[in-house]
Unconditional design. Structure first.
Length: 292
């Protein structure tokens, strides 16, 4: 049965998590010496104190690292764009792990630290907030995926144009990985993309600023959207479609299907999240067909 060991370890990696405190503990900082744990480390971990410790100290560490980049950039007389770029993931972390649960009833509603736990939180966000329809989420996806595309294009273009002069038919023939000098042809890259798209970046500074702007803006937009959900903003529901679908069983759009999916997620997760309530949903309230 030794072959089960790696599977077991992978399963542990995927499902292990530092869990959030219970909803009944609200926004308590759960200090080790506080009234909840009373200095008992094991009890502190069981109550979720490790989560508050990691979340708060994680935010402080990330912000401190960004400020350190500002400090060093200033000391060596660089622009602070590295720190500005790092602010994107910090904004997402703070909005998801701190601001969102602060807007809700407790730390319980933040994601636990773990692989499966993060996916479960994403499912929760969709079911209870219709997150995929949120324009801030759309901008975030466009920013992150657009940045991945830009990164791949940029890396490939630079690799293609790192070459030394030679008689080869292409840059594969003329490229020597051990060459002493660094060679790069912006003109050649510009000619290539001008032929592909009809336009190309005129200089390296504008090109790299665009590669900075796309992901950082996407991450910040996503973080702003999460702050809105922390306040339970519901500005992106097409109520007219819901009313129409409730009146007409034949009426069906992608949005009405999405609403049914969200209702199914809520019905499934409510019983898991609140087992003490012994929630049992009668058949007539569960989503079926187009009957909203």
């Amino acid at each position: 049965m030794d072959w089960l060991v790696p599977i077991w370890k992978v399963a542990i990696f995927l499902t292990a998590a530092v869990s959030t405190p219970a909803n009944s503990l609200a926004h308590s900082l759960l200090l080790l010496w506080g009234p909840e744990a009373q200095g008992d480390f094991t009890r502190w971990c069981q109550l979720g104190g490790l989560w508050t410790f990691v979340a708060l100290h994680g935010a402080f560490a990330l912000i401190g690292f960004m400020l350190r980049q500002f400090e060093i950039a200033r000391s060596v007389q660089l622009r602070p764009y590295n720190a500005i770029a790092f602010s994107g993931p910090i904004a997402v972390f703070v909005s998801v792990f701190l601001i969102y649960p602060l807007g809700q009833s407790g730390w319980f509603f933040a994601p636990s630290f773990g692989v499966a736990a993060i996916f479960r939180f994403i499912l929760f966000f969709q079911g209870f907030h219709n997150w995929t329809l949120n324009p801030f989420h759309m901008m975030g996806v466009a920013g992150v995926l657009g940045a991945a595309l830009l990164c791949a294009i940029h890396g490939a273009t630079v690799e293609n144009t790192l070459f030394e002069d030679g008689d080869g038919a292409n840059t594969f023939r003329a490229f020597n990985p051990t060459q002493a000098e660094e060679t790069y042809s912006m003109v050649t890259a510009n000619r290539f993309w001008s032929q592909i798209f009809g336009v190309a970046f005129s200089n390296k500074r504008w090109l790299h600023f665009f590669m900075l702007f796309v992901p950082v803006t996407g991450l910040w937009m996503s973080a702003i959207g999460v702050v809105g959900l922390a306040l339970n903003l519901r500005a992106y529901d097409f109520v007219s479609q819901e009313i129409r679908a409730a009146e007409d069983p034949e009426f069906e759009t992608f949005y009405t299907k999405n609403i049914l999916l969200n209702e199914g997620i809520r019905a499934w997760m409510a019983a898991q999240d609140q087992p003490h309530e012994n929630l049992i949903f009668p058949e007539e309230v569960l989503p079926r067909g187009n009957a909203l």
